[in-house]
Design a protein around this ligand. Structure first.
Ligand SMILES: C[S@@+](CC[C@H](N)C(=O)[O-])C[C@H]1O[C@@H](n2cnc3c(N)ncnc32)[C@H](O)[C@@H]1O
Length: 313
């Protein structure tokens, strides 16, 4: 008989039913937030494929940069006993950090049950123990509950926001929100994509990323022939730039979701979360403005990805 798999310890602060209601509300309002691109099984599969795709240069940049920086972080932070991945995804980046430290407790936090399960399975061989929190990081209550669990389980934690994830959590507010919950012994590591004009857009608009961006709609039975998925570059101010995406229905589309019937009207754009990119000084400035002091930073060889490791100032 095959051995019974070890149960995955995941604390659910955000039930699936609530997410389904939020998803339907988002479609009704005409704006799909970042979290919904990682939720349904098709999205989980498309994100995992994107993380492994050679077309998606950022995954490779982030992993290569992290592999180089991780031993240095382990030297800098010998007291660390816990790694907490915020928006941990499928966990491959957090796994690189775990491999460089003596065995840590791993706590993964994410909106997506499917990705959390993958992250815990990925972390388990390199961690002392693993625990997941399914939560919405934009909720102060959820973030506080996660930080309380981190504080209870050890003395010094490293919070990781990797894969350009700070951009999804509001780079103007998130470092300060995290700083409020950090103890003097805790540390944080962020990475971010440096803006490079049209080259940034070219790195974004390819078939594997299109499949990922379309997955929430594909999950509702739509195909790309039902309209047009567009990516556009929107250079911004204060060192923050966006790749925006939206879907324009080619005809009226009737959807059934979570017991509701919704209509996307022909020609009316369904806006989707954008991906943020930084001018180099703006990335570090945002972390430091939140009350953290960057004590180590490194850049990918092509200069397009930055990593910053910080302590409470
Ligand atoms: C760009 S991905 C990065 C994933 C992972 N850190 C990596 O580097 O591969 C962003 C992650 O944040 C999660 N996420 C987005 N919005 C969230 C929210 N409001 N609360 C919790 N997780 C969220 C997504 O589910 C996804 O796993």
């Amino acid at each position: 008989m095959a051995p019974v798999p070890k149960p995955l310890p995941i604390s659910v602060l955000l039930p699936e039913h609530d997410i389904a209601t939020q998803f339907a509300d988002a479609l009704a309002r005409g704006y799909l937030g970042e979290q919904f691109f990682y939720w349904l099984p098709l999205s989980v599969e498309a994100w995992v494929a994107l993380c492994r795709s050679p077309e998606y240069r950022n995954a490779d940049r982030a992993l290569t940069l992290l592999s180089r920086a991780a031993p240095r972080l382990a030297e800098l932070w010998p007291a660390a006993d816990t790694l907490c991945g915020l928006g941990c995804g499928e966990g491959s980046k957090d796994r690189v950090l775990l491999g460089a430290f003596p065995p840590l407790l791993y706590i993964g936090g994410d909106f997506s049950q499917g990705l959390l399960e993958l992250a815990l399975a990925c972390a388990a061989p390199a961690a002392r123990a693993v625990h997941g929190f399914k939560l919405d990081i934009s909720s102060d209550q959820h973030l506080e509950a996660l930080a309380a669990a981190v504080c209870q389980s050890g003395r010094s934690a490293v919070y990781a926001m990797l894969g350009n994830t700070l951009g999804a959590f509001d780079p103007d507010r998130f470092p300060a929100r995290l700083h409020r919950l950090m103890r003097p012994e805790d540390r944080a590591v962020f990475d971010g994509e440096i803006f490079a004009g049209d080259e940034t857009l070219r790195g974004y608009d390819h078939p594997t990323n299109r499949r990922f961006a379309f997955a929430p709609l594909a999950s509702l039975g739509l195909t790309e022939s039902d309209g047009e998925l567009r990516f556009e570059l929107r250079p911004g101010s204060s060192g923050l730039h966006e790749v925006v995406k939206y879907f324009v229905p080619g005809r009226d589309l009737d959807l059934k979701i979570a017991g509701r019937e919704l209509r996307l009207r022909q020609g009316e754009p369904l806006r989707m979360s954008s991906s943020l990119k930084y001018d180099e000084p703006a990335f570090v400035e945002r972390i430091e403005r939140g009350g953290l002091r960057v004590e180590f930073s490194d850049k990918s060889d092509d200069g397009r990805f930055l990593l910053a490791a910080a302590a409470p100032a």
